[in-house]
Design a binder for this molecule. Sequence first.
Ligand SMILES: [Zn+2]
Length: 216
Amino acid sequence: MVIYPHPDDESFGAAGTITKFREEGVPVTYLCGTLGEMGRNMGSPTFANRETLPEIRKEELINACEALDIELQMLGYRDKTLEFEDRQMVANHLKGLLEDINPSLVITHYPEHAVHPDHNALGAAAIEAVRLMDEDKRPVVWVQAITNNYDEELGKPDVRNDVTAYFDQKMKAIVAHKSQADGILGKFRENSEITADIEEAAKQRLGTEQFYIWNY
Ligand SMILES: [Zn+2]
């Protein structure tokens, strides 16, 4: 089970790991916290506005999950407000879903090391949800830190997945989030000379997915 707040967190953050699991026949469900409806990217050239963005991002999310061949559940929280939700209420909501779906592994963000307040808040609620479960029924929890200097602060991640073998699948999922990815991909197209370099840089940056194992 993957628990992140925004459409595209799953594709940029964990698509390689998800693909690896899917190829091994492991079912994956993405619990997506919000529709990212407060996002500032409206496509390039612009094809969304504040009113149409939620619907567009929802469709992109559905397409990305289809590309990744995973189940999707939208949690219905409001973008950029997760930090103001009652943590226990969100944790109880997630606990119910955990008990229904019964995953062996949960992937979420590392609270206070995940840059965005929504990432920190939903990561903390997911960790709390698992803590509320009976100890013998708890899934393993992998948390993803994305601050620039997280390894200086937290030490080496416990799990380091080289996902370069799944890079094409990961790009397919990222590209499904057209409103978010277009700016980056436009730069690829504008200057074909540097495309190879950019692709190499992207491969390096997106080619590894790292997680810490949460210690209860
Ligand atoms: Zn996000």
